[in-house]
Each structure stands twice: as structure tokens, then as C-alpha cells.
Design a protein around this ligand. Sequence first.
Ligand code: SAM
Length: 292
Amino acid sequence: MNTTDEPLAPGLYLVATPIGNLEDITLRALRVLRSADRIACEDTRQTRKLLDRYQITTPTISSHEHNEAKRSRQLVEELKNGARIAVVSDAGTPGISDPGMVLAAAAIANGIPVYPVPGASAVLSALVASGLNTEQFSFVGFLPPKAGARRTALEELAAGLSRPPTLVLYEATHRIVETLTDIEAVWGPACRVVLARELTKLHEEFLRGTVREVRDQLAARESIRGEIVLLIDAHPLSAGSARGATLLERLAELEKAEGIAEKDALKRIARERGVSKSELWRELQRERARSK
Ligand code: SAM
């Protein structure tokens, strides 16, 4: 690792940049960006704004999700020849739901030193200010955008928990209300969540409450803008509880123990879970397909 008065050592530098407030950049990050031979950027125009603000003139090159594999081969060749390359994403820490991982892995595979230059990341900023458990947390990134796959992902997360961690996920504003509805269906309406919006920016906002309260509050807004981190005070679902049992288990319970026909049992479970019958029907198909 370099100290401030030494020239930058050859290698790959993963440099965190601000997630909103341009002051959130470290002295070391600025020095690395200034001294590197090149900066590999997710979007060179976006990074140019930051570089201009700090009068940094280092040449940039694009490295985004569509060209990262090809670009990695080229940059690894330069690194093998002793180059100092900085990697940045549009915002936050490269490699966290952003390009960076492929290049880091390629550099490591070629014996090239990889240096983290830590700084802003939405996941940690939201977590530490959430008031939820910070001792055990799990970063989920983005859930699948399609409704069925998203619900399945949440159910699998719930089923896989053995202790109560905080789940941290990134979500787009246009899907946030649907995602909160899915969280309520999986963990119940009393599940506590924290929504962190526009972190470090002018309109920074935290909504804390039950999943139903937060969803209703957002649904009542004319529009939901900005960037969002959602945190769930998740708990393992107790086996056999109406909420915790899989749909197939609950269905079998109602059919066998209480002698209720499938159609009526599904109506009842839909009511219990606060979801529509058609939604429950789709979920049943997915569970049946998974259990084959
Ligand atoms: N690499 C970034 C990091 O370290 O946080 C994350 C990049 S990911 C493509 C972008 C997502 O991060 C957004 O959709 C949002 O979920 C979250 N995010 C980024 N900046 C944010 C901010 N200022 N406030 C809230 N969420 C933010």
C-alpha cells in the first residue's frame, strides 16, 4: 500500500466515488485518480463531472457491464506491463451492483495487485442510519424485476434464514410499492422495514415503520423519485405458521386437517396473506414446479 508521498504502485485500484454529495470522496481516492495512468469508468461522461470538480485530467476509458469482459483482457495486459489503473462506477463502490468484479477477478487471476480505495456505498450508508440490526446483515442487491421471480426470491430468502438478520436491497422507484406488497405477503404486515431514499442528497429521507405503513405512505404519493435502499428487519419464518409455511404446506394443512376443498382453502390463504386469488394461484404453480 502506498503512503501519500510515494508514487502510486502498479496495480488495479477500486475507487469508491460519491453516491450523491460530491464531498463524499476521500483524499486518497482523489490522489489515486490523479496519479493513475487511466481511469476505467462505467460511464466516462458521468465520471467527468467528478473529475472536473477536482481538476483531475487523467485519461478515462469506458468499462461497463456490456464490455467489461473484453475490456478486462485489454486492461490486464496493461497492468501486466506495470500500469496503474483506477476503476470507478457511476456512484458508490465499484463491484457493488456495478461493474468492477470481473476486472478485479481477472487481475487477481493474473497475479496483479488489487487495492480497495474505500468510500461511499449506498448499502452501508443506509444500514448504519436505519436503526436496524447492523451486527448481522445480508446484502441482496437488486431483486429480479419480474413479479413472479421477485416473490420467489423473497420466499427463498425467508426460507433460508436461520437467524434474524437485516436484509438490505436496492430497488427502483417504479417497483418499490410492488416489492413492499411482496414483503408483506412473505413476512406479514407487521414486518418492520426502513426505506432510505436519496442518501446524502438534498432530499434525503428515511421512512421507518411496518411494511404496510411504509407501503401505504408511498402509495399515497403522486410520484416517488430518486434512488432507494430498502432494509427489512427479517426473521426466520416459523415452520407450520400460516405465514411461515410454504403455500403447499398450508394448503395440505387446510385440506387434510380441516377437510377444506382446494378452491376454498386457496380463498382462505389469499385472505390470510392479503394477496389476490390469481396471485396465489400463480404462486401455487411456481411452488408445484419447484417441488417436482
Ligand atoms: N455501487 C453503488 C453502491 O456502492 O452503492 C450501487 C450502484 S447500483 C447500480 C444503484 C442503486 O444503489 C440504486 O438503484 C439504489 O438502489 C442504490 N443507491 C445508489 N445511490 C443511492 C442514494 N444516494 N440513495 C439511495 N440509494 C442509492
